[in-house]
Design a protein around this ligand. Structure first.
Ligand code: PA5
Length: 429
């Protein structure tokens, strides 16, 4: 296990007694998962995915990724929510926000909004390049990706003809049901499965995440190996770092700390923050309960959100993600003139300065009344990403169960859809 939870900055906010008082609740949640008697027990397939996955499909994912990399310069990934965020979070985590500028294969994500300009811009980016498409939708009926897929299906067929287009379109959907599965069978698309017992926001370690991640050139064997390490370390009823994190969140929530701020000092984490916000927001925010997940990238957002965090309403707690071993580093050089007065930093690396900024900020926020946990992870690579994904999925499930909600449904998401369908005149609404 390489993930550690640093709790020393909770001193003065959370006591050992408060943590111990919730231990039995955490253990009960773990036992209910083991026994399959938890709420939402038909959606707990993610727990064993790192060890118990379809090996034949995994090999097909790698083969399809290789084919896409060999015959395309662009992969358009169509999906929304859990059928989008995990893959994008992983690709940016591993390759930075500028991954497309350094990659042989550009990966663009569409169908995650209804914005026509976004879609049109990506169509333009496809011009003059060979394209493959991965449509991802468990239900096969979600409006946003369905609109985008109509456009891209027509684009691909006009460009390549129906037969070649069907070889360049990959569908990730339910194994047997739904319109996308039916269409794929009809058109002859290669299909990958979103398992029945894995919900969208827990699906990054299935083909939903794995195909785009592998196509982007990242090592999905190492990703799964990290997830396996996570399963081994965290899927038990001990006060391991993952279960401790779930317990502390609940202690803080019951003290009135209702907003959790995910904080990282690396912009490559921006989309992982978005994945976390969906995972925790959709899993816990129901029945009038739930910690509101928010996120910042520091030091960037210290110049925008810093004032509120330091001094605004005291309902926040902070969860900092800290990574070791910078992938690339820059050393500040000495300058004779020293006009900017920076010579005191000469010889220091930016990663050292960034780490000091983190320590200084945590101290300031603690003084300002914001309790803070630090999740220490090894490097930002595939292995540690896999372990981190498992850490957060498991903690979310336990935390949601302790909160008394079903962490695997999302009934509230239907409300806007019903209104939108009615206003748009969809039959039956
Ligand atoms: O987590 C979830 O279940 C949702 O965010 C879904 O992933 C999202 O609504 C997309 O659904 P689908 O994959 O059915 O198109």
């Amino acid at each position: 296990m390489s993930i550690q939870l640093e709790t020393k900055h909770l001193t003065g906010f959370v006591s050992q007694e408060q943590i111990s008082a919730l231990k039995a609740e955490m253990e009960k949640a773990c036992h209910e998962f083991d026994a399959g008697t938890c709420q939402g027990n038909d959606f707990i397939g993610w727990r064993t995915l790192p060890t118990d996955y379809d090996k034949e499909e995994f090999a097909r994912i790698k083969a399809a990724a290789g084919k896409i990399r060999a015959n395309s310069q662009v992969l358009v990934v169509i999906g929304i929510g859990g059928s989008y965020l995990g893959a994008r979070a992983a690709i940016e985590f591993l390759g930075s926000q500028y991954y497309n500028n350094f990659a042989d294969l550009q990966v663009y994500f569409v169908g995650n909004s209804i914005c026509p300009e976004e879609l049109s811009k990506v169509l333009k980016l496809c011009e003059g390049k060979d394209v493959s498409v991965n449509i991802i939708s468990k239900s096969g009926t979600t409006t946003e990706p369905a609109i985008a897929f109509r456009v891209f299906k027509e684009y691909m067929e006009n460009r390549y003809g129906k037969e070649e287009a069907s070889k360049r379109i990959y569908a990730t959907t339910d194994k047997a049901r739904g319109t996308l599965k039916e269409l794929s069978t009809l058109e002859g698309y290669e299909t990958f499965v979103v398992p029945d017992d894995v919900g969208g926001r827990y699906s990054v370690l299935t083909a939903v995440g794995l195909l785009p991640i592998a196509a982007a050139g990242f090592d999905i064997d190492a990703l799964m190996a990290g997830a396996q390490a996570g399963q081994k370390a965290f899927d038990n009823d001990e006060m391991n770092p993952c279960n401790l994190y779930a317990v502390i969140r609940n202690v803080l929530y019951r003290m009135g700390k209702k907003t959790e701020l995910y904080t990282c000092y690396d912009p490559a984490f921006t989309m992982f923050n978005e994945w976390l916000k969906q995972l925790y927001g959709e899993s816990e925010g129901k029945d009038g309960k739930g910690i509101f997940p928010a996120s910042v990238i520091f030091s960037t957002d210290l110049h925008s959100m810093g004032q509120y965090i330091q001094d605004g309403e005291r309902t926040l707690f902070e969860t900092v993600l800290a990574f070791g071993g910078a992938r690339e580093d820059v050393t500040v050089k000495a300058e004779e003139a020293n006009f900017d007065g920076l010579n005191y930093l000469a010889g220091k690396t930016m990663s050292e300065i960034n780490r000091t900024a983190m320590e200084a900020t945590i101290m300031a926020h603690k003084d300002g009344g914001v309790p803070c946990m630090v999740i220490e992870v090894g490097k930002m690579d595939e292995y540690h990403l896999g372990e981190l994904v498992y850490f957060f999925e498991h903690a979310c499930a336990i935390s949601g169960a302790m909160l008394g909600v079903n962490p695997f449904n999302q009934p509230g998401v239907e409300a806007y859809k019903k209104n939108m369908f009615k206003l748009l005149g969809k039959p039956g609404y």
